[in-house]
Design a protein around this ligand. Structure first.
Ligand SMILES: Nc1nc2c([nH]c(=O)n2[C@H]2C[C@H](O)[C@@H](COP(=O)(O)OP(=O)(O)OP(=O)(O)O)O2)c(=O)[nH]1
Length: 128
């Protein structure tokens, strides 16, 4: 399953992180918002759509990071991360339990979905 996720930076270069709800797969784990790529969709178009649906905000995509393949006991995903900026809208949580803007140095303190840990490491390595 192909999943895109957005590492959204604000003007202070903090990063938006979202917490999965208790009724989702991987309940209460932190992730970068995003979701499954649908048929006939580019990864970029899918991500822009998902972020609007889940968070009510508009984003532009700045760059891509390496995809990370991860096997959960019940499913395998290829997580495809993009670095993004918010271009409009106000955050409204439609699916998630919580969100926060975090400084880069604090990212690894969260209880991440397992597939994200490698993405966080690459992002921190690239930017520090
Ligand atoms: N959106 C997103 N999903 C992630 C991340 N890390 C990670 O392991 N995942 C997993 C959680 C889900 O199993 C899948 C994304 O699916 P989704 O969020 O679109 O859909 P979902 O919960 O409806 O999935 P499903 O139960 O229908 O399979 O990828 C991440 O950073 N962002």
């Amino acid at each position: 399953m192909l999943v895109t996720c957005a590492i959204i930076l604000n003007p202070q270069n903090q990063i938006l992180v979202t917490q999965r709800s208790s009724i989702m797969h991987l309940p209460l784990k932190w992730e970068f918002p995003g979701g499954k790529i649908e048929a006939n969709e580019t990864p970029e178009a899918s991500l822009i759509r998902e972020i609007k649906e889940e968070l009510n905000i508009d984003i532009e995509i700045i760059d891509g990071l390496s995809a990370n393949d991860h096997h959960y006991p019940d499913k395998s995903i290829r997580l495809i991360p993009f670095i993004c900026r918010q271009t409009g809208g106000e955050i409204l949580l439609k699916e998630h339990a919580d969100y926060k803007w975090l400084d880069r140095k604090d990212l690894l303190d969260l209880d991440w979905a397992d597939a994200d840990v490698e993405v966080v490491r690459e992002f921190m390595g690239n930017c520090s």
